[in-house]
Design a protein around this ligand. Structure first.
Ligand code: ZN
Length: 445
């Protein structure tokens, strides 16, 4: 049982709250009460955050792509390096990399991950004996660490608009439609926990053609669909060349984009695309830290939120894994360009709280998860924030201090009721980190 000085309930902040659970769900919430002797006592309790966009294996080269080569460095030069890394990892390596990423997600306050999984085949490009070998490694890592999984196997068939043939560096990613649907069916059978889901992810308009998207949406109805879109200016230009339209306007004109869809990045939008995307009910899956690291550009977040658009956050390349940092960089990008402060807050309201609420709701929608709230019958996916300064219990102020300040940190996390992070450390961190280090020392030589 957990006793929190303050807890963020659906009705707002409540004080002296005791939360009980059983079988992964919250069974009782009592406010204005007293702790029991065995309770885990925390300062502030909030719902766990969904992470809508991860490529777990990319955790392996976090911080290792910051050397400047000849000429201008860009997303595309980074991608060449990432492909070399992707071609070198074994199934055991994928397990170790994913476990490290998921341990760190839980330590950061993420309790569900949307794994946008495109590494499917062996290093030669041939399917493994079990074509779902690497997807199953992702399920294993989620189960080992405790994070809830929305698995998003990626459909990847082409190297560019046209369609252009895929490149050699993409050989581990490729499927035809039938083999991909067979993979989805295998992933469905691999589910053993009630919280896990299988959606699907056409990689991008570069890698999935109009015909592919038509076939996939017809064959896989009712599932969450994630797609990278409009991340790079070159991608917008190539789409204009090929389709005569920008990526998001083309997608909205040709497919029934709605609440089941999550558009990852959607960085480069016109005003009209921004308004239409907000109105259609899809989630914009923003990855502010990776977008900054890769030099992608800036999503028009103020216009999108003001038009009622739904946003979520993702750690994407896993160069950093931190809920507070994603929310902070989302706001700071706007401050730097608009030369203003508290751009994404509503008048009179907290910036941190607005972004937290938006990312919780949008993240759950995008990952087909129950509403992340501290309520009876909700999943016991809970995060506590420590307040060592013991300031007056103003919850919104504490969220702002977590996102923008220094004193407030995640200290405990429960995932489906399991107390997986204790005093800031995942209970399996030591073993997972040891194995992760061994993999990197071998792969990176
Ligand atoms: Zn991505």
């Amino acid at each position: 049982m957990i006793f929190a000085r303050i807890a963020l309930l659906p009705s707002g902040w409540a004080e002296n709250v005791r939360v009980s659970g059983s079988a992964g769900r919250i069974t009782e919430i009592v406010a204005q009460t007293h702790p029991h002797p065995d309770d885990t006592r925390v300062d502030a309790l909030i719902p766990g955050m969904p992470n809508v966009h991860s490529h777990a294996f990319q955790r392996g080269h976090s911080g290792l792509t910051e050397m400047r080569g000849a000429g201008q460095e860009s997303f595309w030069t980074w991608r060449e390096m990432m492909y070399r890394f992707a071609l070198s990892v074994s199934p055991e390596d994928v397990s170790a990399l994913a476990e490290m990423a998921y341990v760190e997600m839980l330590e950061a306050g993420f309790t569900r991950v949307g794994e946008f999984h495109y590494l499917h085949h062996d290093p030669s490009g041939a399917p493994y004996d079990n074509p779902a070998e690497l997807s199953e490694r992702i399920f294993d890592a989620a189960e080992t660490t405790g994070i809830a999984l929305t698995h998003l196997p990626v459909f990847y068939a082409h190297g560019g608009f046209g369609p252009k043939p895929a490149g050699e560096g993409q050989r581990r990613f490729l499927h035809d439609i039938d083999a991909f649907i067979a993979l989805i069916e295998r992933c469905d059978k691999r589910i053993t926990r009630p919280q896990d889901r299988v959606g699907f992810a056409p990689h991008s308009l570069r890698a999935a053609s109009h015909e592919d998207l038509t076939a996939l949406t017809a064959a896989l109805p009712g599932r969450r669909l994630h797609i990278h879109i409009s991340e790079q200016v070159k991608e917008v230009e190539d789409c204009l060349d090929h389709h005569g339209q920008r990526p998001v306007e083309w997608l909205l004109d040709n497919f029934d984009v709605g609440a089941d869809w999550c558009l990852i990045h959607a960085t480069h939008l016109t005003e009209r695309e921004t308004a239409r995307l907000a109105a259609c009910g899809a989630v914009a899956g923003l990855c502010p830290v990776t977008e900054a690291n890769l030099g992608d550009g800036l999503f028009p977040a103020p216009d999108f939120l003001n038009a009622g658009g739904r946003i979520a956050i993702g750690t994407d390349s896993n160069v950093r894994i931190d809920v507070a940092e994603e929310l902070r960089v989302l706001e700071y990008g706007q401050r730097l360009t608009k030369r203003a402060r508290n751009v994404l807050a509503e008048e009179g309201g907290s910036t941190g709280r607005r972004l937290l609420d938006a990312a919780l709701a949008g993240g759950a929608q995008a990952l087909d998860a129950p509403s992340p709230e501290i309520a009876v019958d909700a999943p016991a996916d809970l995060v506590s924030l420590s307040d060592p300064l013991d300031l007056a219990p103003n919850g919104d102020n504490l969220i702002d201090r977590w996102v923008f300040g220094r004193d407030v940190d995640v200290d405990h996390v429960w995932a489906a009721g399991e107390h997986v992070v204790q005093h800031g450390r995942h209970v399996r961190r030591d073993a997972v980190q040891h194995r992760f280090g061994e993999v990197l020392r071998r792969v990176l030589v």
